[in-house]
Design a protein around this ligand. Sequence first.
Ligand code: PEP
Ligand code: MG
Length: 391
Amino acid sequence: MLVRSVYAKKLKNSRGEETIEVIVKTEKGVVNASAPFGKSRGIHEANAFVENVEHDVRIINALDVRVLDIKHRLDIIYVEKKLRGKIGANSMLALQLALLKALAKKQGCELWQLFTRRFKPVRMLGNVIGGGMHSSARKPEFQEFLFSPRTRHMGKAVLINKKVYSIARSLLKKYDPRFKGKKNDENAWETTLNNEQVLEIANLVREKVKERYGENVDIGIDIAASTFYDKRSKKYVYENVKLRKQEQINFVARLAKKFSLLYLEDPLHEEDFDGFAILRKKLKKILVVGDDLTVTNTERLKKAIKKKAISGIIVKPNQIGSLIASEEVVELAKRHGIAVIVSHRSGETLETGIADLAIGWHADFVKFGVAGKEREVKLKRLIEIEKKAGV
Ligand code: PEP
Ligand code: MG
């Protein structure tokens, strides 16, 4: 029997919200796993809990451990079938992750090695300047200004992004008269500049990194457009202007070209597959990425594929509440040449399993942030995996 006992409890995430931790005792020792919490959540995401976290904790604590006896990673499907509808997406994720950690321990391998024996490094995407729902002023409207060092050496990428983070701070200090050195939910810098002004700063950061360290970094943005889309008027509401769909497409396409962006996440609201398709066609060399659009859901990904809406997809296992379904999304995306970006949530815990999943699934990118202990443990785990893999 893999599991001797299972125990769930409430845990506060980086934003102070309640989430869940699952602790599993095995004959080889104790493992634990927890689930994060998003703020700019897609409307099609699964519910984090059934009723509330206490309810799910009670259900897990009353489980007969024989239900949890897995011998292969895919056996978690049986656990899922038994508990579907009885616990929420966060609880299912924490439980499945804890079981896989227990299985890896039993098999004497690393968590990521349950998925693959071949190590493939990922590129880093780090949120350096922030806005939208993650920032106190909800400004600028775009949620994340991301940097991606053009290297697959993960240890090196983490160091470069640290430099990016500190250069961004000094440039904001210089160009934003109201900059106070404040950090948002993901520890990205808060600014009073507008979207285009932040991109100007991002461009300067990119130039400075090249000039000082000889390193190339690419810029990306998560617009999280649903968070400032007004369904009634069908307009994107900016501080000084309201844009219709076509105007939003033109605005975003202009910025993407002007700043030679690598990456564009959720440029339109979460139901606009056709708008995404227009942008993808216009911006052939840029990754047009679905997050709230696709919510790690196979059916929504199938629709996006049919409509040629995206060239990249965010994978957040707690959007769907199943590691099996998340893996299906990864496989389907890969079969269609869609880049896979495994991502943290804005309200994070000290969980590092997401780093193993990214490596195990052979993701193309990870979006784990840059600063703050909840982000740093994940980056450290990537470096540890890289080192152990002998790279
Ligand atoms: C995102 O939108 O990519 C994100 C990480 O935000 P949240 O976790 O708040 O959904
Ligand atoms: Mg997003």
